[in-house]
Design a protein around this ligand. Structure first.
Ligand SMILES: [Zn+2]
Length: 425
């Protein structure tokens, strides 16, 4: 049983949290069992985060760059108890055989739970995939491992089919017909102009014009306020990443901050951050996508896009709560509650019937991000030197997996599916 100040029903209050043998929250309030009592003292108890957008490069990634084991360990340390892992590994997850192979890799190596996305690029594989996958990820522009996005006319029928299948569908929305030649980019500023905001706007407009209302749609990594307003008006779920909220195209001049969609101007970044502070952005997600330093140091047009981020997702945002800029309910909703709900997962709230995936955060324990102390095999971060607050403890299914900031868990993570999805046959 955990006792202390906890985020319950929208605010911090002193409670006791009763936890069942199988790792669920049994009671919130007075615990009448004789379970051992752990008082968290100066810490506050928050639900673990859900990072619904990560790329762990397994199978088929560069040797030693990232794996389900290393990726989920970073998640655990950063306070993430569930990750949504993307399908554009090598080979991509386009049928049940590849999905099963990835499920086998999760078992025995993941230290937090993993929901596996599938790629809906093979129409004949869709029905069987939908009985086993956790969600679909659709790319409207070519990406690593998936180079054939659906053409304009095919998108509507595909989305109608996906709506029937019932799984959540996340979309990378950039319209490649609005891109100019990537070879013209020489730094993050010109990268922004080769994949400009108009590409995002055009893709979102087209998507919203053909998506059936019953589709459980979510837009990945939105970068500007026009998208926020448009998606809010349409009632569609979406995310922003810490890098689009905190960094701009002028934060660095090298390819470490080369990402898709690109970092935007400082003015656009600030406006996006203001939206987040006002609670207008429903979810935050890392789009964790590590590459080796050697790959990132290639000439800019050849350097791959992506940066690591699941370990720093929550720790980068907690200092703004401490300083009073960001309301705790806004952060918990965006990092913990809404991502879990979109994926159909009983977690992200301190309430009976939810998984006992809990953090103890001591807001006095401030640190500076130092890549040497992070756990990403790539060994670098775009947030070097930034202030952070890492969780002091992380309980996963009721068991402590992070103690005093150190990982102490075991590979007990499982593959999860939305609770509203069709069950495997
Ligand atoms: Zn991604």
């Amino acid at each position: 049983m955990l006792a202390g100040r906890a985020f319950v029903r929208g605010r911090l209050q002193s409670v006791e949290l009763g936890i069942s043998e199988d790792g669920m929250i049994l009671s919130v309030g007075k615990d009448r069992s004789d379970a051992p009592r752990h008082d968290v003292g100066e810490g506050v108890i928050l639900p673990s985060a859900t990072d619904l957008h990560v790329h762990f490069r397994e199978p088929g990634g560069p040797e030693g760059m990232e794996s389900i084991a290393t990726g989920t360990t970073q998640a655990a340390i950063g306070g993430v108890g569930l990750v949504g892992e993307m399908p554009n590994t090598e080979p991509p997850v386009t049928d049940v055989e590849h999905l099963r192979e990835k499920e086998d890799r999760v078992r025995g190596s993941a230290v937090v739970d993993v929901l596996l996305y599938a790629s809906p690029t093979r129409p004949r594989a869709l029905d069987r995939l939908a009985t086993r996958a956790g969600a679909f990820k659709l790319y409207l522009s070519p990406t690593t491992g998936i180079d054939t996005p659906p053409d304009r006319a095919a998108l509507g029928p595909l989305l109608a089919r996906l709506a029937e299948l019932g799984l959540p569908v996340a979309v990378h929305a950039e319209d490649p017909t609005r891109f100019s030649a990537a070879s013209e980019a020489k730094d993050p500023v010109t990268w922004d102009s080769t994949r400009p905001p108009v590409a995002e706007r055009a893709a979102i407009e087209h998507l919203l014009s053909v998506a059936p209302p019953s589709l459980r749609l979510h837009l990945a990594h939105v970068t500007e306020t026009e998208s926020v307003d448009r998606l809010r008006a349409a009632g569609v779920s979406f995310e922003a990443t810490p890098h689009h909220l905190l960094l701009s195209e002028r934060s660095r001049s090298d390819a470490l901050t080369k990402v898709n969609p690109p970092l935007r101007s400082e003015k656009a970044r600030r406006a996006l951050w203001e939206c987040f502070l006002r609670g207008e952005i429903p979810c935050v997600a890392s789009d964790h996508a590590p590459h080796s330093l050697a790959a990132k140091e290639r000439p800019f047009p050849l350097a791959p896009s992506g940066m690591p981020g699941t370990e720093t997702l929550l720790p980068l945002l907690l200092p703004s709560v401490r300083s009073g800029i960001l309301a705790l309910p806004t952060l918990v909703a965006a990092a913990c509650d809404r991502p879990a709900r979109w994926l159909g997962q009983p977690q992200g709230r301190l309430a009976p019937g939810h998984r006992a995936n809990l953090l103890v955060v001591d807001f006095r324990q401030r640190s500076r991000i130092d890549a040497r102390k992070l756990h990403a095999p790539c060994g670098w971060t775009a947030f070097e030197g930034w202030e952070a607050i890492f969780p002091r403890e992380h309980y996963f299914h009721g068991q402590k997996i992070v103690d005093d900031g150190e990982f102490v868990g075991r590979p007990t993570g499982v593959v999860v599916r939305p609770e509203f999805a069709p069950r495997p046959r």
